[in-house]
Ligand binder design. Structure first.
Ligand code: NAP
Ligand code: ZN
Ligand code: ZN
Length: 354
């Protein structure tokens, strides 16, 4: 079926209008007309080939909200007109140990990601949510609770689940002291979710001036990470630190702020850390450094339902699709409050201008 979207054709050029084909729907597929798509820092990493594994053209976008247009004959959970979401994955093997555990994101045979991935059935390249329509296997389609603003709900599909999963895994709740490093898309969701789970929440930021917003988003305290006095004042404090920083950075200054048996969970950066971690900082006090990668389908639905019950959505700045490169530049300057979301209706105007 014909589709239209915005694609990067190289690491240096602006994204452009792109016409392409979606697969003919299979019996277990859901066809979704996309209303909104969030802009994750991962989209920027992939569009600009930061990891060195981008296959061009690439249509980014894995925070998708839309309405079901049609379903295949074996689909029972969805019908035309329903508001649904799609996150970072669109398929997995469904029989390996991680899949059976509900960790489809770590599928032993390789998850099929929403874009820049290879469809496991027909070998085609997957294209993401900066587009008008998407075809997704029903098991990877999420129900969006009634009452959630659709634009605000879009970032829950990646920023929401990526922060929810480690908070749940490390038993964050009333009485837990949580810190979040970096106030961007993931960081602001971490503040909201940790606060709603009942934790005492602190933000570590490099950016003076984010204090007021941090409080509104759920932080009880703010620590300017560039100020050694403020860092010293929170020594031994945190049970869980969620680190959303997208680039190589020194984690050593944060380690002494962990409580006994505290854990720092890396979610923002996946490459080698340039500054070696002082082993003493984990040996002493049985502290740990861990990581977390998105979250499984079941967990994502659980997070969406929690957000529905608590009225939690992302703080968004809605943009037309033509502004995507400007949004990436602003994201690099940490000038985002706190997630750009593309209104996909703007695609029609963009197409007319081509
Ligand atoms: P974002 O909106 O750009 O926010 C990142 C925040 O980190 C910034 O607002 C800034 O906060 C801080 N920061 C930025 N550059 C920094 C630097 N060089 N040193 C220290 N702090 C810095 O990005 P995002 O969408 O939240 O994504 C964050 C990262 O998570 C990206 O790398 C993305 O690819 C990754 N990610 C991982 C997963 C996963 O499954 N693990 C899922 C989604 C995204 P302050 O100004 O407050 O310091
Ligand atoms: Zn993402
Ligand atoms: Zn699997």
């Amino acid at each position: 079926m014909s589709a239209t979207g915005f694609a990067a054709h190289s690491a240096n050029d602006p994204l452009q209008h792109f016409a392409f084909e979606r697969r003919t729907p299979r019996s277990d597929d859901v066809v979704i007309d996309i209303l909104y798509c969030g802009v994750c820092h991962t989209d920027l990493h992939l569009a600009r080939n930061h990891g060195g594994f981008t296959a061009y053209p690439i249509v980014p976008g894995h925070e998708v909200i839309g309405r079901v247009r049609q379903v295949g004959e074996n689909v029972t959970r969805f019908k035309a007109g329903m508001m649904v979401g799609v996150g970072c994955m669109v398929d997995s093997c469904q029989h390996c140990q991680p899949c059976l555990k509900g960790w489809e994101q770590d599928c032993a045979e390789g998850s099929t990601f929403t874009y820049n991935s290879v469809d496991r059935h027909d070998g085609s390249i997957t294209y993401g949510g900066y587009s008008d329509v998407i075809v997704v296997r029903d098991k990877f389609v999420l129900s969006v609770p009634d009452g959630l603003d659709p634009a605000g709900a879009a970032p829950l599909l990646c920023a929401g689940i990526t922060t929810w999963s480690p908070l749940l895994h490390w038993n964050v709740g009333a009485g837990t002291k949580v810190a979040v490093i970096g106030l961007g898309g993931l960081g602001h969701m971490a503040l909201k979710l940790a606060n709603a789970l009942g934790a005492e929440v602190t933000l570590f930021t490099r950016s003076a001036g984010k204090e007021h917003d941090a409080g509104r988003l759920g932080a009880d305290h703010v620590v300017l990470s560039s100020d050694p006095e403020q860092m010293k004042a929170v020594a031994g404090r945190f049970d869980v630190i969620v680190d959303t920083v997208p680039y190589d950075h020194d984690v050593n200054p944060y380690m002494p702020t962990l409580a006994l048996e505290g854990v720092l969970v890396l979610i923002g950066y996946m490459g080698p850390l340039g500054t070696p971690v002082n082993a003493g900082s984990v040996v002493r006090g049985r502290r740990a450094i861990s990581g977390s990668f998105i979250g499984g389908v079941r967990e994502t639905q659980q997070m969406l339902d929690f957000c529905g019950e608590h009225g939690i959505v992302s703080d968004v700045e809605i943009i037309p699709v033509e502004k995507i490169d400007e949004a990436y530049e602003r994201m690099l300057r940490s000038d985002v409050k706190y997630r750009f979301v593309i209104d996909m209706a703007s695609l029609k105007n963009a197409r007319q201008q081509v």
